[in-house]
Design a protein around this ligand. Structure first.
Ligand code: ZN
Length: 146
């Protein structure tokens, strides 16, 4: 069974190629465990300590790069280590929530169309071209007096 990220609004899993992390040991590392739990609970009221099963994981989207063992990240970049072998530092706690659709952050940066430009006025010697076009004075005279 794939391990899906338990964070609200996040469907990342080991199957989708994301790095996922199991919860810290709740007996050996209770402080850290509770910090992870309260992080998830900020967005998921229904999430409790009992919800943390062996399949409960938090994906890398919720961790800062400082939360990882620097050597492991380096090794990953160099291709010496696979995604799943990059470890968190022992005190790492998830801190980044998935993008909140209701958040106004970045809203002001939306690209808006500029003020509408008036169409360029064409000046093509219109005065001159408006002058009556005489192909032949003779034919005009002919038409008028025929
Ligand atoms: Zn996630």
């Amino acid at each position: 069974m794939p391990n899906y990220c338990v964070c609200a609004g996040c469907r990342n899993s080991s199957l989708s190629g994301h790095r996922v992390h199991s919860f810290p040991d709740r007996t050996k590392n209770s402080d850290c465990f509770n910090a992870w739990l309260s992080f998830v609970q900020k967005r998921r009221r229904d999430f409790t300590a009992a919800s943390v099963t062996r399949n409960a994981v938090v994906c890398s989207a919720h961790f800062r790069k400082e939360d990882y063992v620097p050597g492991d990240v380096m090794a990953l970049r160099m291709g010496c280590r696979t995604q799943n072998r990059v470890r968190l530092i022992p005190v790492a706690v998830p801190s980044i929530h998935a993008a909140d659709p209701g958040s106004a952050a970045g809203g002001s940066n939306r690209k808006t169309p500029g003020p509408s430009q008036p169409p360029p006025v064409l000046h093509c010697g219109s005065q001159r071209s408006l002058r009556p076009f005489h192909l032949s004075t003779g034919s005009v005279t002919l038409l008028l007096y025929h």
